[in-house]
Design a protein around this ligand. Structure first.
Ligand code: SF4
Ligand code: SF4
Length: 114
């Protein structure tokens, strides 16, 4: 089942989500190495473990666990920012989409279904 985050990332394709679902320790190790380089930090394989953005209970890793967009989406009770009435005018999601343009497609799809 496809699982999309509030900001439009596809959680069900994220290695942290897949590794949790499958218990794939090799994927954890590979992803920890890649993300440590990408974010210039030391991310241990045990951190590569996430239940997905829109799932309330359970472990969310790193930034996703404390993300303001996620908190706002939960507080508003929307399925994602695309389903929010302020989607087009919201500066928070606007700034994010400027950095991660590939997330727009998912959110625009949600907006069309509103
Ligand atoms: S919330 Fe979790 S599964 Fe979704 S993108 Fe972030 S780390 Fe990956
Ligand atoms: S106000 Fe912005 S960040 Fe919050 S749910 Fe709506 S679009 Fe997303």
């Amino acid at each position: 089942m496809k699982l999309v985050s509030y900001c439009g990332l596809v959680c069900s394709e994220c290695p942290a989500y897949v590794a949790r679902l499958t218990g794939d320790d090799e994927l954890r190790a590979r992803t920890a190495e890649e993300w440590s380089k990408m974010y210039s930090s030391d991310i241990p394989p045990s951190e590569i473990d996430c239940v997905g953005c829109t799932v309330v209970e359970g472990r969310h890793i790193g930034h996703c666990g404390e993300c303001g967009i996620r908190m706002c989406g939960m507080a508003r009770g929307v399925a994602g920012c695309g389903a929010c009435e302020d989607y087009q005018a919201c500066p928070t999601i606007g700034e994010f989409l400027a950095m991660v343009p590939q997330a727009r497609e998912e959110l625009d799809g949600m907006a069309r279904q509103r």
